[in-house]
Design a protein around this ligand. Sequence first.
Ligand code: ADP
Length: 262
Amino acid sequence: VTVVKCGGAVPAEPVCADLAGLAGRVVLVHGGAVEVDRLAGDLGVRARTLVSPSGVTSRHTDPAMLDVVTLALAGRVKPRLLRALAAADVPAVGLTGLDGGLLRARRKTAQRTVRDGRTVIVRDDHSGRLTGVRPRPLRVLLDAGFVPVVSPPALGEDGTPVNVDADRVAAAVAAALGAERLVLLTTAPGVLRDAADEGTVLDRCALDPAGPVPYAATGGMHRKLIASREALLAGVPRVSVADGRVPRPVTAALDGAGTTLE
Ligand code: ADP
């Protein structure tokens, strides 16, 4: 089994068409931060950011934003992928983490955030960390020849939906399925030595099991390296970050394009 994660800014059609020969052996995981922000704007829901005391930023998923995240991923991004898969004659079924008990998570009930120069506690954030994957619904679909299309949110231990990082969902799903490959498709040719220069893509990138991830990666790429390391430590033998903007992005990545994490 191969797990492919597709960033929200990656064009859907080439990725979906490229999965035609892999039905029954591939799981597609997606996020969609761009579409979440767009829908929040359409609905007039304020997008806010949490800033940890150490400077790490994340989306403030208050109850209104949790609805927007769920609507954007399940109602806009996922149907777009399912339409592109149908157009390429690929049998596919969309799921969120709530379907079949697929993804479980623990919500952060109290978080320190810096606001106007002061550290305050936020208690209404509905994001959190994955605590478990139940691979059975995926196995049933794979055995029947479908491509499962998976996205956040997960089901929280308190019974409410919890927003989780899609790269880490892909890593956890790959580990739970015993996948041979995890491919993170994004809007960069791979992990770059210099984030500002697309000519500096690394063929291989070593991740220290306990130490910090490489300094050059910020924002989304930093999260991808964390997710990659989680997958490697959980026994996924081959993990790569590759370009989702090329004509046959999955085939190219499986043939070695992009950066192999080790
Ligand atoms: P996605 O939406 O595809 O999951 P993100 O936009 O969250 O991806 O993260 C990918 C982005 O990370 C790239 O488009 C790039 O702008 C940025 N980035 C930062 N540092 C690096 C790096 N060292 N190598 C590659 N990309 C980097």
